[in-house]
Design a protein around this ligand. Structure first.
Ligand code: FES
Ligand code: CO
Length: 336
């Protein structure tokens, strides 16, 4: 069961607004997946027609069914083939004429896919629907790296003063105070970590901000940033989809309870700047797979959160951030 951890997790594949009347091809853990929308909601199949292996994503949605572009077999949203035009009338549709169906949900303004038979719960992000909060969706950011490296970078406090100098940190305030990491309600959570911010979120209000980080599952993490003496609260949820062994896509949800009348664009642009400052670093990291052997890299106390993350991945059986190896197709995914 633990070995199936990533396979049973939810992976964000696109913004909900991008999935309109046409089906769309996406990749999850090396699987080619087609997602489509009909009046019943959103659906995901393996992107493969059982007849002659064409990608179903080349087809179209007609009367709620996904129709293959090649010979127009029609699949309903349960994956059953309802119509085969070449079949003489009166002849039964073979029962094996089915698409492989995956779990698919529209949630938090994104489309999420789960390949597993025993899906984990969707991540909880209450701020998204809380009154007085507003969410902007950033990304998707294309990253040539593995999801755990991307998550770790997001959780890394001591780079803020260097990679994001002048925006999220100040070289002269580089020390990181000791903080606690606890496992509560199925997630890792830190105590408040103060970080001096010369220009937090592009708002030019220098001072200390407190970060509380949470790791919700192997590929989803968040932090909430607050400032003493202010009610302003910014939460960022990072959800990463490992598309295949070398490519990932990251989405960020920025939820704020201030400047609600302001458009989202400046916040998104600021986040884009921050993300692209990190990109070269993350793509340069070797080994590509996060070393879960704690002897493999050198750790400081300030790395307590990323150490806890590595230990957790290890316990979950997400070996080296890899996917469970159950068949040849999966073996190609995320394996050195
Ligand atoms: Fe899809 Fe023939 S390959 S209908
Ligand atoms: Co960064």
């Amino acid at each position: 069961m633990q070995q199936d951890r990533l396979w049973n997790e939810w992976h964000p594949v696109c913004k909900a607004e991008e999935l309109l009347e046409d089906p769309k091809q996406v990749f999850v853990l090396g699987e080619r997946v087609v997602i489509f929308r009909n009046e019943k909601g959103v659906h995901a199949f393996k992107d493969l027609c059982i007849h002659r292996g064409a990608a179903l994503s080349l087809g179209k949605v007609k009367n709620g069914n996904l129709v293959c572009a090649y010979h127009a077999w029609e699949y309903d949203c349960t994956g059953a083939c309802e119509k085969i035009p070449a079949l003489p009338s009166g002849r039964a549709i073979p029962s094996k004429a089915r698409a492989t169906v995956y779990h698919c949900e529209e949630y938090l303004g994104l489309i999420w896919v789960n390949l597993g038979e025993d899906p984990a719960p969707l991540v909880s992000f209450p701020e998204y629907s809380m009154e007085g909060y507003r969410t902007a969706i950033c990304g998707p950011y294309e990253v040539k790296a593995n999801a755990p490296r991307i998550i770790e970078n997001f959780l890394d406090v001591s780079h803020l003063m260097f990679v994001h100098e002048g925006l999220l940190g100040d070289e002269d305030h580089a020390e990181v105070v000791d903080y606690k990491v606890e496992f509560v309600d199925n997630r890792l959570i830190t105590s408040k970590i103060p970080v001096y911010q010369p220009n937090p979120d592009g708002r030019s209000k220098g001072g200390y901000a407190d970060y509380v980080y949470e790791i919700l599952n192997p590929t989803t993490a968040r932090f909430t940033k607050t400032t003493e003496g202010s009610d302003d609260e910014l939460t960022i949820l990072l959800a990463v989809n490992q598309e295949d062994h070398e490519q990932a896509k990251a989405f960020m949800l920025l939820t704020r309870n201030y400047d609600l009348d302001m458009p989202d664009e400046p916040f998104i642009e600021f986040q884009d700047t921050i993300f692209y400052q990190d990109l070269d670093i993350v793509q340069s990291q070797k080994p590509e797979l996060l070393p879960l052997d704690l002897q493999a890299e050198l750790h400081l106390k300030s790395d307590a959160l990323t150490i806890a993350y590595r230990k957790w991945l290890n316990e979950l059986g997400v070996e080296n951030g890899t996917n469970p190896i159950q068949d040849e197709a999966r073996k190609k995914v995320l394996v050195q």
